[in-house]
Write a protein that binds this ligand. Sequence first.
Ligand code: PMP
Length: 366
Amino acid sequence: MKDPPSTVGRPVRRRPPLRGDLVTLAGYHSPQVQVEVRLNTNESPLPPPRAWVEALAAEVAGVEWHRYPDRHALALRQAIAAHHGVGPEQVYAANGSNEVIQALCLAYGGHGRRVAVFEPTYRLHSHIPSVTGTDVVAGRRTPGLALDGAEVRRVMAETTPAITFLCSPNNPTGMVDDPAVVAEVADQGGGLVVVDEAYGQFSRWSALTLVDDQRPLVVTRTLSKTWSMAAARLGYLVGPAWLVAELEAVTLPYHLDALKQVAGRLAFGFEAEMSERVAAVVDERTRLVAAMGDMAVEQWPSEANFVLFRPTGGDGHAVWQGLLHRGVLVRDCSSWPGLEGCLRVTIGTPAEDDAFLAALAEVVGP
Ligand code: PMP
């Protein structure tokens, strides 16, 4: 192998300065550790159905790799639209629902505009706006971590946000927003309302019923969780047709590759299998919550595929380490504002959940 060219004696070039507003902004990462039981990123514990993998393999052979993919991803959007009983012109798809959020911030946020979030909530709802140069105003949830209608009204009236992010079920609390509050916020006429339903299938209520061309509200969803397709990076929104058309302005040409379009389109042919997975996770969640009820932890009512809990009288971070020491990785939220001492566990397979419960019983005791 040839040696790389020497840099000795060459003038040192000045590095281009990073945008000033990004200097103090840390990247967003969920720390990964190689352990037996990984219950920290809210993925599905089960792989997608075998028949989906086979159908995908069969269609991949027919992809015209020398051609750009369908720029409008119409077949994929039609499949998503049929699943929700809306028209494809009401569906916008991107590389994960995070990218959908980014497109919304690029289109409706930006310099001199604000987004509102209600903490504690999904951290990317403030991180992505910051990256797009949008200011973030943070309202609070109630002491019980529920969305508070009066607080939402106050923040919207005082700060006139261009975008208000709601998250139902909320990550990391798992709690579902009050439908009356969401409807009221959407009808207040104060900018765009985004209801992030990454965990929507686990919940008893969806804001999809509020989507209407007359209302500035969108619902975002992902194939990363219930659809067992985190590796595919595919998410979407359902919203007014005019908004989907406006997002064209911030979307890169051919942003969804051909393989992803096929993978997503085929996934919607497996709704029964997806529903079985959701039911299995909900059963496991019920079992986990009941077992944790006998331990020295406080927990919040979850309608998602994870549970937020706080070891009573203990140091959350020390409990996180104790679990890790026993081969179980959960999410350490103990230093996040408003979540002091809290941890979040993703529902896994029965065997993974048993391992978690056994480790937790050892660390916190009954
Ligand atoms: N929204 C929420 C509330 C989430 O928890 C996540 C995943 N952590 C996402 C959006 C992003 O999902 P993805 O980009 O994988 O579609």
